[in-house]
Write a protein that binds this ligand. Structure first.
Ligand code: ADP
Ligand code: MG
Length: 420
């Protein structure tokens, strides 16, 4: 019973509900806990029955499936929606995903497709939750003092800014590099850039650095034993005015860099820099979590693409449950002016919050800089894209809000357990 996937069926046609219930009746790991004939009834039943998965028809009189999905996202967030619709409705797919649906099934579908979708959605949600629940137990938020807090220490620890995006190719590396350069050259911040895309780091390419340079992989033995004594010797002084910690030179070496090692490195770096900019990988794993936890600010990058928006929604849910406040998670819309059929207002409506910063699209400056291995912030200082980056750098290098966020974090973690 405990391991069964609890499913609620929502469709206005009684025969369809019966048919679906019959199909699912053959599956030992799936239990149909109820059915509803309208969006409104779906919300009531979901609140009462707490299903894991809601099979939702789109076209229904009264409240349609999309509106119901939107309501479920806030009222019964543990219920994952699998949307069902007839063929050829691309707009429906788009709107469903924006509303928070996890999967989209096109009618008619086979029973294999149906059960595979249900299982997949269920497993994914489970994984998401287990990450959230595991986290306080492993104590990844415990601050590791990089320096003894003796009175002789001259300065406050620097700020850690993680550049993250739940989807690849949204411009994380481009922003991380230029943000670091802007902070160092214009704001006078002692800045270190960390390439935490350990498997396929690109920072070295953007900065035209020799891959034979030292990388975090060389530092691992020291990090494993504790205090990284010779951290400085592994940092590269770049002519753009920043210091750089490169990712390992080959993907296999990435595995050597554990979450604990990453944390120790960041703590040590923040002790000797005003600003530590971290280019994160797009996957949401233990190491990413360790970085995001430590970060004062998480610049979360999105673009005007449906997959990016869907992932942002999911990430924001996770972030909220992890207790990262809205002042810690800053949404950055990259290539904000590219017209890809989705408007910024739609995105904001769908994710339920405003975009905090925007960066224009400027293929010429960006690609020219990339090919020369010089950050565009230096080669094209006057361009709008550089000004956008500088505005962002000023915003993140400023206020310190971590403490308020941490208090909130603790409170929210508690409520997360209560909720389970
Ligand atoms: N504001 C921008 N205008 C034009 N092109 C951009 C912009 N930001 C990023 N790009 C381009 O998008 C691609 C992906 O950027 P990258 O920084 O490598 O993304 P990520 O690190 O998220 O995978 C690159 O080709 C980059 O040059
Ligand atoms: Mg990258």
């Amino acid at each position: 019973m405990a391991d069964q996937i609890r499913v609620l069926i929502v469709d206005d046609i009684p025969e369809t509900r019966e048919h679906l219930a019959k199909l699912l009746g053959f599956e030992t790991d799936i239990e149909v806990v109820g059915s509803a004939a309208s969006g409104r009834e779906a919300i009531e039943k979901a609140a009462e029955l707490q299903p894991d998965v809601v099979l939702m028809d789109i076209n229904m009189p009264d409240m349609d499936g999309i509106a119901a999905t939107e309501r479920l996202a806030s009222e019964v967030p543990t219920a994952a929606v699998v949307m069902m619709s007839v063929q050829g409705e691309a707009d429906y797919l788009r709107r469903s995903m924006l509303a928070g649906a996890r999967e989209f099934l096109v009618k008619p579908f086979s029973s294999d497709e149906l059960t595979a979708s249900i299982r997949q959605v269920y497993t994914r949600e489970r994984e998401k939750l287990s990450r959230i629940v595991v986290q306080p137990a492993t104590g990844t938020t415990t601050p590791v003092p990089a320096r003894p807090s003796s009175a002789g220490e001259p300065q406050e620890p620097g700020r850690i800014v993680a550049v993250f995006g739940p989807k690849g190719g949204v411009g994380r590396t481009t922003l991380a590099v230029n943000l670091a350069v802007a902070a160092a050259t214009e704001l006078g911040q002692r800045t270190c850039l960390v390439d935490a895309s350990f498997q396929f780091g690109d920072v070295g390419v953007l900065l035209n650095l020799n891959p034979k340079n030292k990388s975090i992989a060389d530092l691992v033995p020291e990090l494993e034993t504790g205090e990284p004594e010779s951290l400085d010797t592994f940092l590269i002084n770049h002519s753009a005015g920043i210091r750089v910690m490169l990712a390992p030179p080959s993907p296999e070496m990435a595995e050597l860099v554990t979450p604990t090692a990453t944390k120790r490195m960041l703590e040590a770096l923040r002790a000797t820099h005003d600003l530590v900019v971290v280019d994160c990988m797009p996957s949401f794993n233990e190491t990413t979590l360790a970085i995001l936890d430590l970060a004062d600010t998480v610049l979360t990058m999105l673009s005007l693409e449906i997959t990016s928006i869907k992932n942002i929604r999911l990430f924001l849910e996770v972030a909220e449950q992890l207790g990262y406040g809205p002042d810690k998670i800053r949404l950055v819309l990259n290539r904000a002016d590219s017209s890809l059929g989705i408007r910024v207002a739609d995105v904001e409506h769908s994710i339920g919050r405003r975009v905090d910063h925007t960066i224009v699209s400027d293929g010429r400056s960006v690609v020219y800089a990339l090919n020369r291995g010089v950050p565009f912030f230096l080669s094209n200082r006057e361009a709008q894209v550089s000004q956008d980056v500088l505005r962002l750098a000023s915003a993140v290098a400023g206020s310190k809000t971590a403490d308020a966020g941490d208090a909130k974090k603790a409170a929210q973690k508690k409520s997360l357990f209560a909720w389970r």
